[in-house]
Structure formats: C-alpha cells, structure tokens
Design a protein around this ligand. Sequence first.
Ligand SMILES: *Cc1c(COP(=O)(O)O)cnc(C)c1O
Length: 397
Amino acid sequence: MKQIYLDNAATTKTSKAVIKAMLPYMDEIYGNPSSLHSVGQQAAEALFDARQRIAKRLGCTEKEIFFTSGGSESDNQAIISAAAIGERKGKKHIISTAFEHHAVLHTLEKLKRQGFEITLLPVSENGLITAKQVQSAIRPDTCLVSVMYANNEIGTIQPIAEIGEICREKNVIFHTDAVQAVGHVRVDVQKERIDMLSLSAHKFHGPKGVGALYVRKGIPLTNLIEGGAQEKGKRAGTENIPAIVGMAVALDEACGNMEKNARKLTKLRNMLIEGLSAIPHSVLNGEREKRLPANVSFCFEGIEGESLLLLLDDKGICASSGSACTSGSLDPSHVLLAIGRVHDIAHGSLRLTLSEENTEEDVRYTVKTVKEVVAYLRGMSPIWRDLVSGKKEFIIK
Ligand SMILES: *Cc1c(COP(=O)(O)O)cnc(C)c1O
C-alpha cells in the first residue's frame, strides 16, 4: 500500500540533494575543522560556507549564527542566555505565550523555579496573539519576549515584525522559535527586528539533530557546553560538519523554491480544509489565512484522536493528533486548550501537514478516508449516541 505522509510538522524527508551534499563530509572530507592541515581546513571551509549561506537566508551576518543540535537546544540556549543577561541587570520578568513548544515552556518553568516571573499571553480562539498584548505586558523589569513565529500544531503565523518593533523600541530582547517557519515562509531578522531566532534543519528537508540559533551582534550567549573553542566557545565539541552542510543545502533549496512550493501547498491545504469542513460537527483549528501553507488542523466532536490516527495508519495515511500522550495519562494538547477547545473536543484532533511531494490524488484519498473513519468511530461511540439522541448537547455546532 502507498504511504501518504502527512506529518511534515513532526519531521520531513531528507532531500536527495541534501544527502548528496552531505556524503563527501562523511567520506573523503572527514577532517576536524579545528585541525591545521589541509583535510581539516577543507572541513573548516565547508563550515564557514554553510554559516554564510544560512546567514544570508535569514538576513544576518555569519558571525551571528551559532550551530546547535536542533530547535530544542536553540530555544533553551536563547532563553537561558537572555535570562542571564536580565538577571545581571536585576530584570527577571519574561513574556511568552501559552501555546509555545515545550522546549520554550519547560525552559521557562525552570527559570520560574529560579525566581523569574513568567507572563504567558493568552491566545485568541483563532490561534493568534497581537503586538498590543505584548506591548501591554512589557514592564520595566522585562528582559525577554519569546513568541513563536508559527505554531507547530495549528500553523498560525504571528505578527512577528510588529512584535519586533515594540521590543526594539522598549529595549527588550525578542526571541522567536521559528522552527516551523524557516524554509516555509520568508523570514528576515533585520526587517522583523528579531534579536534571537531558533531553527531546525529536519523541519525543512534537512538532516535531524542539527539546527541554528541566530543571535544579534552584541547579545552575549551563556556557555551551554564547556570545552573547546567551537562556536566562539559557547558550545564546545567538534562540529557536525555533514549535518551542518546538509542544513545549508536544505535551506537554500527550500528558500529557492519557496514561492512555487507555497502556491502548490496552499492549494492542497485549501482542498483538505474544504473537504474536511464537510464533516458535520467539525472545526478548523486556527485562522484560515494566516497559517502555514502546509498546515491543516481539525477537531471532530465525539471521536478520540488516537483511534483516528491508528485507523488512518491502517489505510496508509501518516497523520498526527495535536495531543501528546504522556506517561499513560492522555493529556489533551496545551495548544488546543490555549485556543479555548474544551478537553473532549481537544481529544478529537487531527493534524495533517503536507509536503511538496503530496499530490491532489493524496488529498482526495485523505478526505474520503478521514470522512469514512470519523463516521465509523462515531458509529461505535456512546458519546456520539448521546449527542445524536439529544441527551448531551453538541459543542461544535
Ligand atoms: C520541532 C520543533 C521544535 C524542536 O526542534 P528539534 O530540532 O526537534 O529539537 C521546537 N519548536 C517548534 C515550533 C518545533 O516545531
């Protein structure tokens, strides 16, 4: 059976060009960039070249790019560094949002235990925050604003340039987790007044386990790993040259094809949204237009997301729910709760995230299959019976 992969927000397939570019750095150009001999220097050149190419795509200089192990590390590094700067000035208030990735939220929880005060801005029902909310929350002791560029579950894109403007004006460091945005929508750290930005290669057809943190010149980072002088001494350890080279190639490829891909993906996305909206008692999560070209997120009343995923997998569709299964207890997604979905509804979620490899045929099959599986699950559900008989009231009209 053909597999239809619709979980590109979780990870993407590494592009053929990326794999091809990486191979020599595992083979003949295997040197350590810190070595002075020619084999090492070839690797050092590749490292410099990758840094320059990534910087160019973000609109910064190569000195402002730090390589990391991925989005999670970049988020941790950015927030911990900004907090340390704040602490030295007696500023211990941080603003973020309720629907950030756990790499941000859990780092903030750690800081809270260390005496920082955290304001998590509420998110509107359509999955957006406003620059005004940020402005109102900034205090004299605010040291950091961290707002994600695009949400990983519901795909909504935040008004980053407006938030950047306010933070710059108020002299507060602005970090954005742009892991879902980079390579998919145009990002420019200068124009958008971003001070720190996290990205991860495997979300744009690069390899896993590598990412970058852009840090505006003059903002000192906290050492994350002690040891050698790599990454200006902020992150010791021999650089992952094959992965870094792969990330640069993946970003060039993604940015080079961005408009073409976005047109195709938006069309497929809208077909999916239209098709799934026809399911009774369903709701699209997140604003329809201000969303990533490849993201579709729905809640269906009277079903359980995990069963939906398993049945879809049986029929060749790889999808995701919004909900994370933590140690036996099924907690609904904090993102869906943040946009006001009640527990029962949040449990019936489905996230479909497309890639350029998907076709209209895939979309038609997916719409047809989701409709069938939702109807099948509802047919077996006692909750659905109560809803239909009027014993319980529908939440999604
Ligand atoms: C995937 C993701 C991360 C984590 O990135 P890793 O490279 O897997 O550590 C962080 N933030 C967002 C928004 C993501 O989608």
